[in-house]
Design a protein around this ligand. Structure first.
Ligand code: ARG
Length: 459
């Protein structure tokens, strides 16, 4: 088959080489962006007097025809035409004749593919900020329904101090807020136009890069033509932001899996988000969070893969860079799937308040508060810590919780104890005593919910 670049060659490409080097099997995903970029490019060629307007019109109409055919799934792509750029150019020439060959004037596939990738990711960055907001809304919804639900808070996965379940959920809202901010910050770099850099050095044609930028909605153009065609930082930034989101989702997944176990039984995921076992009829498995936890690995892998492709790569374009696509496309798909499922899974989740309360009543997570109690009565904290350590040991040995001890038993550890200790040890008191900005007291969590809702409004 004849190649668009066939002039310099006397032999056909080896069949295996053709298959090995082609990217059409995956970069066909960029068809829409490729056409979008070409439409702006050809409009600019007309505006700058590089192509007669009649040609611009024919090419524009032809591109629309090809675009529609692709959208209808009727356009055949061929490995012989290597990638999406040449497949579309070939289809255009088939459609409108040799005048289609004028589209590539003043352009190289190097600045073209970079432009496609910018267009593709720019749209996805906005999409993911929206999906993060939906997930945050779902978490905030559960938080609001659990402003009085007390649950053990853990460090080292050991009961530490009781907290509001809402407070725990709001921690994730903060994490996803940072993720949304990181994506939003990356937008200015993904929203920079490489087109006009040519193969690496610019072009001899009197093009207008800023006109193209304006047409495509890019805020600015790359300053340096070599950088424009060599840069894949914006993809790495996306992969890194996606890795952080998946890491956050995997932590939440892990907690959901633990909380769904009989041992915890703090939550129950809706049947719609679980699956059964082929052998054990009683099973209801949290497959969605498990798979999200598992898929985090491939997203990290995609980041590592591209970092490694780019390591030590000389300027400007090298074919190695074609390897930037599959990982990016896979990451977009993986992240999309995870975020789409997470929001409804969170909002339909049943919270077992009684079970949480039972857990809080059966632990020593109010121990810090007795230490603080003694400190308030004048005992140095370090000494109070020691006294309460012994008190806890005594309680464990006597199979009692702190609220079950008699005042006389308290007195045998310190004469500073009074009747008021029983109030101080109530879970509500313990929680509400942490009335610092960002703390777990009900008023603080309610304020945090309000701030988070206001931040979402600003998106
Ligand atoms: N398919 C190529 C890629 O994805 C497009 C750029 C090709 N440029 C070149 N000079 N061979 O990287």
């Amino acid at each position: 088959m004849s190649k668009l670049w066939g002039g310099r060659f006397t032999k056909q490409t080896d069949q295996l080489v053709e298959e090995y080097t082609a990217s059409i099997t995956f970069d066909k995903e960029l068809a829409e962006e490729d056409i979008q970029g070409s439409l702006a490019h050809v409009a600019m060629l007309g505006k700058c007097g590089i192509l007669p307007l009649a040609d611009v019109e024919k090419i524009t109409d032809g591109l629309h025809l090809v675009s529609n055919r692709i959208k209808r799934g009727e356009q055949e792509f061929s490995i012989g035409d290597e990638d999406i750029h040449m497949n579309i150019e070939k289809a255009l020439i088939d459609e409108i004749g040799p005048v289609g060959g004028k589209l590539h004037t003043g352009r190289s596939r190097n600045d073209q593919v970079a432009t496609d990738m910018h267009l593709y990711l720019r749209k996805r960055v906005v999409h993911f900020v929206g999906l993060l907001a939906k997930l945050q809304e779902a978490l905030i919804g559960q938080a609001k329904a659990n402003l009085d639900t007390i649950v053990p808070g853990y460090t080292h996965l050991q009961r530490a101090q009781p907290i509001l379940f809402a407070h725990h959920l709001m921690a994730y809202v903060s994490m996803f807020q940072r993720d949304a901010e990181r994506l939003t910050d990356s937008y200015k770099r993904v929203n920079t136009l490489p087109l006009g850099a040519g193969a690496l050095a610019g072009t001899t044609f009197p093009i207008d890069r800023h006109f193209v930028a304006g047409r495509l909605g890019f805020e600015r153009v790359y300053e340096n033509s070599l950088d424009a065609v060599s840069d894949r930082d914006f993809i790495l930034e996306f992969l890194s932001n996606a890795s952080l989101i998946m890491m956050h989702l995997s932590r939440l997944s892990e907690e959901l899996i633990l909380w769904s176990s009989n041992e915890f039984a703090f939550v129950e995921l809706d049947d719609a988000f679980c699956t059964g076992s082929s052998i054990m009829p009683q099973k209801k498995n949290p497959d969605v969070p498990e798979l999200v936890r598992g898929k985090t690995g491939r997203v990290y892998g995609n980041l590592m893969g591209l970092l490694t492709v780019l390591k030590s790569l000389p300027l400007a374009y090298n074919k190695d860079m074609q390897e930037d696509k599959e990982g990016m496309l896979d990451t977009v798909k993986t992240l999309d799937g995870a975020l789409q499922l997470f929001a409804p899974m969170i909002s339909t989740m049943k919270v077992n308040k009684e079970r949480m309360r039972q857990a809080v009543n059966q632990d020593f997570s109010n121990a810090t508060d007795i230490a603080d109690y003694l400190v308030n009565k004048g005992m140095p904290f370090r000494q109070a810590h020691e006294v309460i350590g012994k008190l806890v040991l005594y309680s464990i040995e006597h199979k009692k919780y702190l609220l079950d001890l008699e005042l006389s038993e308290y007195h045998s550890f310190s004469k500073l104890f009074g009747d008021d200790i029983y109030n101080v040890l109530q879970p509500e008191h313990v929680v509400n005593a942490r009335n610092v900005y960002g703390g777990t007291a009900s008023v603080q969590v309610a304020a945090a919910v309000e701030r988070a809702e206001a931040a979402l409004q600003q998106l």
